[in-house]
Design a protein around this ligand. Structure first.
Ligand SMILES: NC(=O)c1ccc[n+]([C@@H]2O[C@H](COP(=O)([O-])OP(=O)(O)OC[C@H]3O[C@@H](n4cnc5c(N)ncnc54)[C@H](OP(=O)(O)O)[C@@H]3O)[C@@H](O)[C@H]2O)c1
Length: 328
């Protein structure tokens, strides 16, 4: 038996139960991973509340979590890419992360550069891979471009600001407090806007000389979606990639024409790294920027595995900055 956090029914943070589970032997193509740190991402809260439904196992529960790092403790038949004792990480599921030990397909894990600490790795895989596709694949972010990023001091936000700075882009970042503004600025956010108290749409227009931005990266959703459309330059791209304030509203396609022939996309990381070659390339580029110090993973809120409910409350309560991890 190993310790794990399970969900038997959807609901608030209190449905996260710290308990014992049995982890069997790895099947063909699988490995068993003894985890040292586990990422807590906003998507885990959507799984917990049922916003994104997750199937339960035969015992009536599921283990949340899509990201972690640890040491291979056993390998199944046919696995040649890693061996027992290797230090590996994953950042694109499958679900089942909140546990001391888990089974995972070998193709989902990558070897980790020795320079990186466990908490950094658990805090950077899913969020860093997300930033990779946001700046490299979905849209090739360029030097001199000005973009808007909501919740710039969050986990994805701080990585995005640093990566965008290294490209030479100007980032306008919205934040929930003065402290978060300082953190985002230190990470390379050029301008910050306190979106709870300022007219942020007007401010974005002012900061861009009335033109608007080429891309809005909106992981906040309900509270910012409509305003975000008004921040775009003609033919700009609206990237609605999350719902920390609730799901974005439905809109008529004609609205995209009225807002300046803008593009709307609702991407998921899974669809950008589903090809193993893309996943390997994304991980390699992410490790490269972190090992070189271009992107620092130094703002990490850590909790014990048994404190997963506390971690969820803090994440949803907007008290965290940077990445959130569970340390085993
Ligand atoms: N589609 C994808 O591929 C993908 C992949 C990874 C993450 N995401 C999305 O990216 C977003 C950021 O993820 P993350 O894990 O790094 O989280 P995070 O940014 O660390 O936390 C969410 C932040 O959203 C802001 N926020 C605004 N309104 C909120 C509300 N009503 N309740 C809670 N938070 C609110 C808060 O920052 P302020 O206090 O500064 O407002 C909060 O800190 C999430 O929406 C997540 O689902 C999407």
């Amino acid at each position: 038996m190993v310790k794990a956090v399970v969900i038997r029914q959807t609901g608030g943070p209190e449905v996260l139960q710290y308990t014992d589970i049995t982890v069997g032997a790895p099947g063909p193509g699988e490995i068993k991973l003894r985890q040292t740190a586990i990422g807590v991402n906003f998507i885990d809260t959507y799984h917990r509340t049922g916003l994104y439904p997750v199937a339960k196992n035969a015992e009536g529960f599921f283990v949340p979590g899509l990201e972690g790092v640890g040491t291979v403790s056993a390998v199944g038949a046919g696995v040649t890419s890693v061996k027992v004792g290797d230090r590996v990480a994953y950042g694109n599921g499958p679900i089942g992360g909140y546990a001391e030990e888990r089974l995972i397909p070998a193709e989902k894990v990558v070897k980790v550069p020795p320079q990186l600490k466990d908490e950094q790795v658990a805090g950077m895989m899913l969020r860093g891979l997300t930033v990779w596709y946001l700046v490299r694949t979905l849209h090739q972010l360029k030097a001199g471009e000005t973009v808007l990023f909501h919740a710039a001091a969050g986990g994805v936000g701080l990585i995005f600001c640093q990566w965008a700075r290294s490209i030479g882009a100007t980032v306008i970042g919205t934040v929930g407090s003065e402290d978060k503004a300082k953190l985002a600025k230190a990470a390379g956010c050029t301008h910050t806007i306190l979106y709870k108290s300022e007219d942020w749409v007007k401010k974005v227009r002012e900061l861009t000389g009335g033109k608007g931005v080429s891309v809005v990266y909106d992981g906040v959703g309900k509270d910012t979606f409509m305003g975000s459309l008004d921040c775009l330059a003609p033919r700009g791209i609206m990237v609605t990639f999350g719902n920390s304030s609730g799901p974005s509203p439905a809109i008529e396609p004609a609205l995209l024409a009225a807002k300046g022939s803008i593009f709307l996309t609702r991407p998921r990381l899974a669809d950008y790294v589903s090809d193993p070659k893309d996943y390997a390339q994304a991980c390699a580029e992410l490790f490269d920027v972190v090992v070189k110090g271009v992107v620092k993973i130094d703002t990490v809120s850590s909790y014990g595995l048994a404190q997963a409910a506390h971690a969820h409350s803090d994440l949803e309560g907007r008290t965290t900055t940077g990445s959130t991890v569970l340390v085993v």
